[in-house]
Design a protein around this ligand. Structure first.
Ligand SMILES: [Zn+2]
Length: 95
């Protein structure tokens, strides 16, 4: 019984050792294991011109879940305009 337990522990340690070695090998080859944070390289879409931009280098508007990313200052201005004019036009047309 004690030998069986020892064997189980040994097998577990060996498995952990093999697994960590395999993981470091995969990471060395540029492989990212699933479940690891992969949102760090996610691209976001500019809602005005449709260009995909990096969130870290893009211009933003809004905050939290309403954050929008833009490729240039012009796109950000256009986004603000389209939101404002769209709202005021709707209220005017209901006359
Ligand atoms: Zn743009």
């Amino acid at each position: 019984m004690a030998r069986l337990l020892l064997f189980a522990i040994l097998a577990y340690v060996l498995w952990r050792l093999l697994w960590s070695a395999a993981k470091s090998m995969f990471e060395g080859m540029g492989y990212q294991p699933p479940g690891k944070n992969s949102t760090s390289v996610g691209l976001v879409r500019d809602p005005i011109c449709g260009t995909f931009v990096l969130p870290s280098s893009a211009l933003t508007s809004g905050s939290g879940a309403n954050t929008r990313y833009f490729c240039s200052e012009k796109c950000r201005e256009d986004y603000g305009h389209s939101r404002n004019t769209g709202r005021s036009r709707n209220t005017e047309e209901t006359r």
